[in-house]
Design a protein around this ligand. Structure first.
Ligand code: DHB
Length: 391
């Protein structure tokens, strides 16, 4: 019932939009509705992406194809019902040209029908469950997917003495993707997942799970938790003496998040992760990016969320430039597909078929450089497509 009312209100909103279409087309403002968790458990995701979007605009100007870019930032507190309401308001009242942001998977999923019905391109800058891009033909992703980064670690582990693994993931989309793809590939490679543990997304208490891991005596614990929760996992892992019991910690790079890594202490040294971005990525473009980001944000180090926001802005700017601001949402969407460019993370590509990102995935180890902890890349798998799309 609630769903019917909701869809009805979208239909009305879309009709209103169509009536206002002429005005929107001749407007000289191009509006980006950036919906992010600015407060609550995922607040660092919002802080990183907003800072990156503002940096992109500061570096590239706020006029494209004769239109003035206006960034409208809204805080969804990472509650999907709030994300959906804000998206609807942005589309109907503000007549935004693009929806962007989306800190967690449920927020992106809740907004997908609004993008479809209003024909508004929706740039997912953070959320990383494989299936998100299939929820609307108007979704384009500039972040990553969990299958994309998890498989590389499952190839590395058995070659490095790790055969018996317990997995520990947040119990929702990206965690289930990480668990599934890590396990499949590890098993294929002759390893074994002996136990698959899932912790709640909201207010997780890792302690009882880590006790189980200790008792299970695996060669390694594989972890996925979303950005912002990694430090708590690391702290509990060390406090419970899992490292001393000979259990290695391996994870997706969400755990050794650059936003928190430097505060995790030397206990994090040696942790191997796989991911698509490290602040220590040794390219000229990344050095400039990290420096400019820090300068504009009191020394803050950009993390993988920031790079998703920065590149998402590039996708939007370039689409506006090449479509010359003509043709509305559909033309903009077409111009987003197939973009290929250098990012601070390396070369990236928006696959025109899937609207998902194709990128290099790195194996990294936490090391100290100039007295600071970094994820130092030691291997790369080039041009990785989301393995979730092949199924
Ligand atoms: C998602 C959120 C995160 O903070 C992250 O690091 C990975 C995935 C998500 O909800 O999709």
């Amino acid at each position: 019932m609630q769903k019917r009312i909701f869809l009805g209100s979208i239909a009305l909103a879309v009709a209103t939009l169509a009536a206002g279409g002429v005005m929107a087309q001749t407007s000289n403002t191009f509006k980006i509705g950036l919906i992010l968790p600015m407060t609550g458990q995922q607040a660092t995701t919002g802080r990183q992406i907003e800072a990156a979007a503002r940096l992109y605009m500061a570096q590239n100007g706020d006029t494209v194809a004769g239109k003035k870019i206006q960034l409208i930032v809204k805080d969804d507190t990472s509650l999907p019902d709030v994300t959906r309401r804000l998206a609807q308001e942005l589309v109907v009242n503000e007549k935004v040209n693009v929806l962007a942001g989306f800190g967690i998977t449920p927020s992106a999923m809740a907004t997908a029908p609004i993008a479809t019905q209003s024909k508004t391109p929706m740039v997912v800058m953070a959320a990383a469950t494989s299936s998100i891009t299939q929820a609307s033909p108007y979704i384009v992703r500039s972040s990553f997917t969990l299958p994309q980064v998890s498989v590389a670690l499952a190839d590395w582990a058995p070659k490095n003495g790790i055969r018996k693994v317990i997995t520990l993931v947040s119990d929702y989309g990206p965690g289930l993707d990480a668990e599934k793809y890590f396990k499949e590939r590890l098993t294929f490679n002759g390893g074994q997942v002996t136990e698959a543990l899932r912790v709640p997304l909201r207010n997780p208490d890792f302690a009882p799970f880590l006790q189980k891991v200790r008792d299970g005596k695996p060669d390694a614990l594989f972890v996925f938790v979303p950005s912002g929760a990694g430090a708590a996992v690391m702290k509990q892992f060390l406090e419970r003496g899992l490292d001393k019991a000979g259990i290695r910690l391996i994870a997706t790079g969400d755990v050794t998040d650059d936003d928190q890594l430097n505060d995790m202490g030397d206990g994090a040294l040696g942790v191997v992760t796989s991911h698509h971005y490290s602040a220590a990525h040794p390219s000229a473009m990344n050095k400039k990016f990290v420096e400019a980001f820090g300068k504009a944000n009191k020394g803050l180090r950009p993390n993988f969320m920031a790079v998703g926001g920065y590149d998402g802005m590039r996708v939007i700017y370039e689409a506006l430039r090449t479509s010359k601001g003509q043709g509305g949402g559909d033309a903009l969407l077409e111009a987003m597909k197939g973009q290929i460019f250098e990012s601070p993370r390396g070369k990236i590509f928006i696959d025109a078929q899937t609207r998902d990102i194709v990128q290099d995935v790195y194996l990294r180890k936490v090391e100290k450089k100039d007295g600071q902890l970094y994820n130092v890349e030691f291997d790369v798998i080039k041009d990785v497509k989301d393995p979730g799309k092949a199924k």
